[in-house]
Design a protein around this ligand. Structure first.
Ligand SMILES: *[C@@H]1O[C@H](CO)[C@@H](O)[C@H](O)[C@H]1NC(C)=O
Ligand SMILES: *[C@@H]1O[C@H](CO)[C@@H](O)[C@H](O)[C@H]1NC(C)=O
Ligand SMILES: *[C@@H]1O[C@H](CO)[C@@H](O)[C@H](O)[C@H]1NC(C)=O
Ligand SMILES: *[C@@H]1O[C@H](CO)[C@@H](O)[C@H](O)[C@H]1NC(C)=O
Ligand SMILES: *[C@@H]1O[C@H](CO)[C@@H](O)[C@H](O)[C@H]1NC(C)=O
Ligand SMILES: *[C@@H]1O[C@H](CO)[C@@H](O)[C@H](O)[C@H]1NC(C)=O
Length: 440
């Protein structure tokens, strides 16, 4: 009877506790044992004829080092408890001869993979953020020296559901060249109070209290085809969702496209974002992205489309829609469409941070075509409602502002609008360079 029960309960899942995991233990040895146990359970599920689910049990915290897997097929990873990265930077494993820290969870070349549960992945990023401020060259490189929380690459049919992601050292969830994916019912939270006090301590906040450079704690950064991101709450002090480009040289998709982001609320974020998109010899591309039913509270930016500098190759950003967007008390620009406005801590990159007070060059090699904003409300704005800027040698076309309205200080100040062609319907204030069609 017991034997039968054991078999029955075992048919469904492989628990990491079958592989000598050590819950609640913060030692280096335990973190290594737990990473091993998670890896072993997933490989066992991948090899099993019947037990295709690897379970991280409820009610426990498992401290870990990186877990890296490739070639997983038709497996479910169910996280019921908490998985917490050990914040031991000096012992954190690296790749490429130390050039890069390994991600906390990495899956490559995997298909029909589901990662779900009501559990939490905690990146314990504080020490990494502090390093990024002190030693920016080594810890804030744009290729991502710090670990990402969950990285999925060159993969298809991916489902991520129900989880909470907190305090990643770097980006939280990255889908790089992923097709047919759904990320849903999830939360991303960064301890913004401690981030803010870190900036404050090092005198890196501007007069509005805005950090002078980002710590790159992005929420979800998808690049792929046929991706839906839905039902989320994100509070992270950086881009909430940033759709990244793909190019001809990518494996599964050649353009980042057919992406839908819907029903999310964002608090203290830097936008529902496209980009940044630099030109490339292999043509960087983002096409057909819709953001729908999104509400923002005190965002630094909300609607954000950004190109990056570069003087070779080309790119395209096309068919982008923002629909039913509520922006409450934006701290900075509610709408920013133009050259990337960020200063890296090493002082490199475009001098766009203080635009319009300084010069900020627009990008003719990455035109934007067909950008629609429909039913957008901005409440209690502080600055002008926004900036939309393209280059005089390659103006952006097909812009539609349909029922975009704002109040607050900003309602009396105009948009900054350069080299954009399109129409504004029933919008106030309407960007000066669009043709206004009055409400009939
Ligand atoms: C996972 O299983 C598939 C077959 O279903 C196999 O081809 C692949 O090599 C396995 N992956 C690993 C990492 O063992
Ligand atoms: C899009 O991806 C979903 C899985 O998230 C899949 O069920 C659907 O068939 C895909 N659609 C197309 C057109 O491939
Ligand atoms: C929107 O997302 C929230 C969770 O963030 C969920 O409770 C709600 O059911 C979702 N609404 C729809 C229409 O799916
Ligand atoms: C745009 O993407 C959506 C998914 O978000 C898809 O349903 C639609 O068919 C795509 N449009 C075109 C023209 O491919
Ligand atoms: C437009 O692009 C050209 C070529 O990159 C650049 O030299 C020029 O400064 C840009 N214009 C503006 C207003 O930034
Ligand atoms: C922009 O929209 C127009 C009209 O729908 C369409 O003909 C054109 O192909 C679109 N441009 C791009 C780059 O998709």
């Amino acid at each position: 009877m017991f034997a039968l029960l054991f078999i029955v309960s075992n048919i469904m899942a492989v628990s990491i506790d079958q592989f000598k995991s050590r819950p609640g233990d913060t030692s280096l040895e335990a973190a290594l044992a737990n990473s091993f146990a998670i890896t072993a359970a997933i490989l066992a599920a991948n090899a099993s004829l019947s037990d295709r689910t690897a379970v991280i049990p409820e009610g426990e915290i498992y401290y870990i080092f990186p877990v890296s897997l490739t070639g997983i097929y038709d497996v479910t990873v169910e996280i019921r408890g908490t998985v917490s990265a050990l914040d031991d930077i000096s012992n954190w494993p690296t790749a490429e001869n130390g050039a890069r820290y390994l991600d906390i969870f990495y899956f490559g070349d995997s298909h029909y993979l589901t990662i779900k549960g009501f559990g939490t992945i905690d990146g314990r990023g504080y020490r990494w953020w502090e390093k990024a401020i002190f030693d920016s060259k080594h810890f804030n490189d744009r290729y991502g020296e710090r670990p990402r929380l969950l990285m999925i690459e060159s993969s298809s049919y991916i489902t991520i559901q129900g989880l909470t992601f907190i305090d990643s050292p770097f980006y939280h969830v990255v889908l790089q060249d992923v097709v047919n994916a759904h990320v849903t019912d999830f939360k991303i939270k960064v301890d913004i109070t401690s981030q803010k006090s870190l900036f404050h301590k090092h005198d890196l906040l501007d007069d509005l209290g805005i950090p002078l450079f980002p710590l790159n704690t992005d929420g979800v950064d998808p690049a792929g085809k046929n991706i839906t991101i839905s039902n989320c709450f994100i509070e992270n002090y950086d881009d909430a969702v940033a759709v990244k480009p793909l190019q001809q040289s990518d494996k599964l998709a050649k353009c980042s496209e057919d992406i839908l982001i819907q029903n999310c609320s964002v608090s203290f974020g830097v936008g529902m974002t496209v980009g940044s998109v630099p030109p490339s010899l292999s043509v960087n591309c983002v096409n057909n992205v819709t953001f729908r039913d999104i509400s923002f509270k005190t965002p630094f930016k909300a609607i954000y489309i950004k190109t990056n500098p570069g003087y070779e190759g080309s790119g395209i950003i096309s068919n982008i829609r923002y629909e039913n967007i509520d922006i409450e008390s934006p701290v900075w620009w509610a709408i920013y469409i133009g050259p990337q406005q960020q200063k890296q801590p090493d002082g490199e990159g475009p001098g766009c941070f203080l635009y319009p007070l300084g010069k900020c060059e627009t990008q003719p090699r990455v035109p934007m075509r067909n950008v629609t904003l429909s039913n957008v409300r901005i409440r209690n704005g502080l600055l002008s409602p926004g900036i939309i800027r393209c280059n005089e040698t390659n103006p952006c076309t097909g812009f539609v502002f349909d029922n975009v309205r704002g109040d607050g200080w900003m309602s009396s100040t105009p948009f900054i609008c350069e080299n954009i062609q399109g129409i504004a319907v029933d919008s106030s204030p309407a960007p000066g360079c669009l043709v206004t069609i009055s409400d009939v």
